[in-house]
Design a protein around this ligand. Structure first.
Ligand code: FAD
Length: 377
């Protein structure tokens, strides 16, 4: 029996663990290690912030999503030693492996921007999304500034989606005429995907969302209610929403496996950690210059699972990840956009916001638990 150890019970790790343990019942022991034992559907944070979802609906026990042949250990991995093929856990226990899958995602580091914790809201974890919901309820008028506090960050369209949701939220409350919305982008454009940027810029203009590009956040002054950029500019706010900077998991940094941001150098086609044929990396943890998104983790996980099975059994053939990503963005008013792209095909800009793209997002939000983690879809 080969030993397959998966680190991280988010989208990517859960899919790999389920596919490999289901397909290799007799050939592999699969163990998934997750530090919290909870699986979070993170796109739901946006809906929590705007009062359309509750936290308990977007979190499940990881054990309920794993098939019975996969062992779950609820502990934090503190050291990965790929030369000795060993992972050390927070209680000192160590796990040997034949194949390792690193799917430890990303972590937010708000403390890296001075004043961000005190002066800004965000919706990148459960507690912050709930606090933002309360702040929005209490907000009766003024200037809301929404932007990005550092790159890379997961779900690149999420801040623009939030700007559109703010417009929708305040219109529903009947106070849109009392609220100015301004969007800050570190890029020379409002939307990260260049091909879709003209379309999103037009939507912002229609929704009267002002925008400020090339604004790389330096620090926030909570007293003065101002956010400053590295470019030497400042913007006033009454309510500030800033996506915090992200880094790879601590265990990656502490094992010396990451680059400066804690992202693991990964072959963009085979998904193997560079220099280690028996270590696969999926999802946010990679350094692949592609969207850090659940959709990315989903497609990568299927390729990594296939290749581990092929390496163990010798049957089938190794596959390459082609950079496929598909995502839905909810622009409010029951309209949205759907984007598909890969390494060689940029996304095609839609001609209009559509009901079908909005429904795509709603269906995914509802069906996620029954479909994606199992790895069957
Ligand atoms: C507000 C928001 C909106 C989003 N919207 C979308 C969207 O619409 N579409 C989309 O595709 N994506 C979206 N995403 C991004 C998506 O949620 C992530 O990209 C995706 O979850 C990454 O999957 P992953 O498996 O790499 O990591 P995760 O799902 O984050 O899972 C990582 C797991 O690893 C565990 N872990 C970390 N370190 C250790 C350790 N040392 N030991 C053991 N366990 C560890 C964690 O506990 C966690 O369970 C959104 C994210 C946010 C925050």
């Amino acid at each position: 029996m080969k030993k397959v150890v998966v680190l991280g019970g988010g989208v990517g790790g859960t899919i790999v663990a389920n596919i490999v343990s289901r397909r290799l019942k007799k050939d592999a022991n699969v163990t998934l290690v997750d530090k919290s034992g909870k699986h979070i559907y993170q796109p739901g944070f946006v809906y929590v912030a705007f009062g359309d979802e509750q936290i308990h609906n977007i979190i499940r026990d990881e054990g309920s999503l794993l098939n019975k042949d996969c062992k779950l250990i609820i502990k934090e991995a503190t050291k990965i030693d790929p030369k000795d093929r060993k992972v050390v856990l927070d209680d000192g226990q160590s796990l040997d492996y034949d194949y390792l899958v690193i799917a430890t995602g990303s972590r937010i580091v708000p403390e890296e921007v001075k004043g961000l914790k005190e002066g800004a809201h965000h919706f990148y974890d459960a507690e912050a999304a709930e606090k933002l919901r309360q702040a929005l309820i209490a907000f009766a008028g003024g200037k809301v500034v929404v932007g990005v506090g550092g790159v890379p960050y997961k779900c690149p369209p999420a801040p623009a989606e939030a700007a559109c949701q703010l417009d929708y939220y305040f219109k529903k409350r009947g106070i849109r005429d009392k609220v100015q919305i301004e969007f800050l982008s570190p890029l020379p454009r409002v939307f990260p995907l260049e091909a879709v940027n003209p379309f999103v810029t037009k939507i912002f203009e229609e929704k009267e969302v002002a925008y400020h590009t090339f604004f790389n956040v330096d620090y926030v002054d909570p007293e003065a209610k101002k956010v400053y950029s590295l470019e030497g500019e400042s913007v006033d706010y009454d309510l500030l929403i800033l996506v915090p900077p992200h880094r790879g998991a601590k265990v990656i940094e502490e094992s010396g496996l990451g680059d400066r941001g804690g992202w693991i150098p990964t072959d963009k086609y085979t998904l193997q950690a560079k220099g280690f044929d028996d270590v696969y990396v999926v999802g946010d943890a990679t350094d692949i210059p592609i969207s850090k998104a659940g959709a990315t983790a989903h497609y990568e996980a299927k390729i990594a699972a296939n290749n581990i099975i092929t390496q163990i059994t010798g049957a089938g053939s190794l596959k390459h990840y082609d950079g496929k990503v598909r995502c839905f963005c909810d622009a409010g008013f029951k309209k949205g956009i759907s984007l598909s792209f890969d390494y060689t095909h940029p996304p095609k800009p839609p001609s209009n916001l559509s009901l079908s793209a909005y429904l795509g997002k709603v269906i995914l939000n509802k069906m996620y638990w029954l479909t994606i983690p199992s790895g069957r879809f």
